[in-house]
Design a protein. Structure first.
Length: 300
């Protein structure tokens, strides 16, 4: 952005020519001259000089809004140029659920990196609807997650199935349900913990905007904990009597973190796969997909 705009913003922020000059590492006379030149170009007075500094005039307040807007535009442009530069040098933007990262994605990324050491990565974690939102905005090249049911035809993406998984139920190792002969019959008596649940703000991508196909039904009087982090979910299970429905693919990992798997519901099956934009994919994305397809069958 224009340097005099930047100087103006510093003076407005500090309320003092002296302090602004120090932060900019300029001499005070040079900064004063730059502000006077800007005022001359605009034909208005931007600052009133006071004994303890300067204050914005009415014109100054109006110009402050404009200068901040120009600063935001400049920073956005710099970011876009940087993104384009990184893309040309092989940057890959991948999204994944935390479960799939632990299960197989991190192994695929490691193997891919060995074949393309000059590539850089942007990794983003989230549930399937939040990652879908970023994919269709062009902020991701691909993401790994559950198949999204009821997806609107307006969402131009392609699903590449990888694996099927079942729902399991996890508690801390000394949970009362660990001592029940039929623990699944008593789930509703304990709090429900939903790890990385979907959010209603992403419902516009779905037909008829159902809240989420993965949302569990529970009695209105059941306590529910919604936690957007797998690590924090494990901590919450340790601190409470909650039950967490989660993929059976992570049973060994979660038991290694001190949890107990009550049971696996083999009738509740979900598809996990890759989502990519429709159209031709770049060579680097195709290569990463090949690694993910390979490692997804070795992750257990």
């Amino acid at each position: 952005m224009h340097k005099n705009y930047r100087y103006f913003l510093h003076v407005a922020h500090h309320g003092s020519i002296k302090r602004a000059a120090e932060s900019l590492k300029l001499s005070q006379p040079s900064l004063t001259a730059a502000i006077k030149k800007l005022e001359s170009e605009l034909g208005v007075t931007l600052f009133e000089r006071r004994s303890k500094g300067v204050e914005l005039t009415e014109y100054g307040h109006l110009f402050l809004t404009h200068a901040r807007d120009q600063q935001d535009r400049h920073l956005k442009l710099v970011h876009q140029l940087n993104e384009l530069s990184l893309k040309q040098f092989g940057r890959v933007k991948i999204g994944t659920g935390e479960a799939w990262w632990e299960d197989f994605v991190k192994h695929a990324v490691k193997a891919y990196q060995l074949t393309a050491p000059s590539s850089s990565f942007h990794l983003e974690f989230g549930n399937h609807l939040s990652l879908m939102h970023h994919l269709i905005r062009g902020e991701l090249d691909l993401f790994v997650g559950h198949e999204v049911l009821h997806l609107s035809d307006d969402v131009k993406v392609r699903f590449i199935p990888l694996i099927q998984e079942c729902e399991a139920y996890y508690v801390h190792s000394d949970h009362p349900l660990c001592y029940q002969e039929h623990p699944l019959e008593h789930l509703e008596e304990f709090p429900l913990l939903r790890a990385t649940p979907d959010h209603i703000r992403h419902g516009s991508m779905l037909i008829d905007k159902p809240y989420t196909q993965s949302q569990l039904t529970q009695p209105s009087n059941q306590i529910v904990y919604d936690v957007d982090s797998l690590s924090a979910s494990i901590d919450m299970l340790d601190m409470t009597q909650a039950v967490m429905p989660y993929t059976d693919r992570l049973q060994s990992y979660l038991e290694g973190r001190g949890l107990h798997c009550l049971a696996v519901n083999n009738e509740k099956v979900g598809n996990v796969g890759l989502y990519v934009p429709q159209g031709v994919l770049s060579q680097k994305v195709e290569s990463l997909i090949e690694h993910i397809e390979h490692y997804c069958h070795l992750g257990r």
